[in-house]
Every structure is written in C-alpha cells, then in structure tokens.
Design a binder for this molecule. Sequence first.
Ligand SMILES: [Ca+2]
Length: 214
Amino acid sequence: MRNNAAAIIICLAVLSIGTAWATPVQFSGNNHWYEAVYVPGGITWYDARAKAESSGYYLATATSEVENQFIFSLINDPKYWVNGYGFSPLIHSFGPWLGGYSVGDVTKPESWRWVTGETWAFTKWGTGEPNLQNEIAIQYFGNGLWNDRQPTWNNLYPNFGGYTVGYIMEKDALVSIPEPGTLILLGAALALIGLFLIKRRNNSELRPLAVTSK
Ligand SMILES: [Ca+2]
C-alpha cells in the first residue's frame, strides 16, 4: 500500500513537470517560444539572465516592433509591474527585464547588445531613455502615470531588483528531449511502478496457495 501511494505521488510529480512544459507561448512571427516569469520579491538583471539560461532559455530579445508588442502582451498585467517614483514626471511603472545590455556609453546605439548576439537595430526607448550611465540593462517602462504599462524601454541599474518583479524568457524551439532531472524522476517512477507490479503479481500468485492451505 505504501509503495502504491509512492508510485502515485511520483507519477503526479512527473505529470506536473509535463504540464510546466505547456506553459511557453509561441509567437507566429518567428515561431519562438516565450515565458513570462513573475518574481514577487524582485530580481536583478544578472539573476534573471542566469535563471533564464539555466532553464534552457535566454532573456527575451525584442528585435522588431511586432516581437516587442508580442512580448509586452505577455506581461501587460499589473502583477508584473511596480509603481514607483523617479524623475519628472514623478510617477512611473517599472516592468520586467529584457535581454538587452550596454557595454559602453548608454546614449550611443553601438554600446547596446542582445544576450543572443543578435544585431542591435530595433529599439523602443521611452521618452528621454536611455539616460543614466550606470543603468546598463533594459526593462519595460511606463513613463507617466500610475499603472501606465507601455511597451517602451527604460535602461535601469542591473543590480536593482526592487523595481523589477519579473523577466521574460525566449527560446528558438521547444526541445523534445526532457531535461536530465525529469528523466531521473521518470526513471524512478517507472522503476517504482515496475516493483509495485512485480510485488502485486507475486502476491496474487501466493494468495490462492494461502487460501487452499486453510
Ligand atoms: Ca527575440
């Protein structure tokens, strides 16, 4: 009975991982897959980049107007935004991180890179952006009103996680091979189910003998 319960629990664990695979959303413009990640406590750009890469993704790269609009549609929800104070106008809405960063003077286009190495061409800077030199990472940014979510960009200090409660991940294709952790779980589940079936078969073979011996 204990084995039975354990097998069911492991099967459920495998199933729950299976449904996590269904989360990414595909964009018909380039067939890439995207997933918005909500981090309630806030996250730095560096941690967001590392988490995306460890999940088999990269931080999303908005390399065209349509792709930028699509990515924005995934996070156009108050939960992904932080209202805060900044420069004039004083109230801003700070959105999730994107995969763009600067290696030089932030006001010069040639300083900016995508984490994928894609060509830096399309930009969607908000009014007056990019500005401050130590702000070398890109987030979505509504410049003006409370809860003013916009598909425009702000450059922000990358270690400042207080105004970013999420990031968007992108990958070119869904990989059909399960991740190593999933394979181990799947193997364990199959082994346990196998043991359970063997045990049950043995029990059923023994049971008639036990009955006849009475
Ligand atoms: Ca992209």
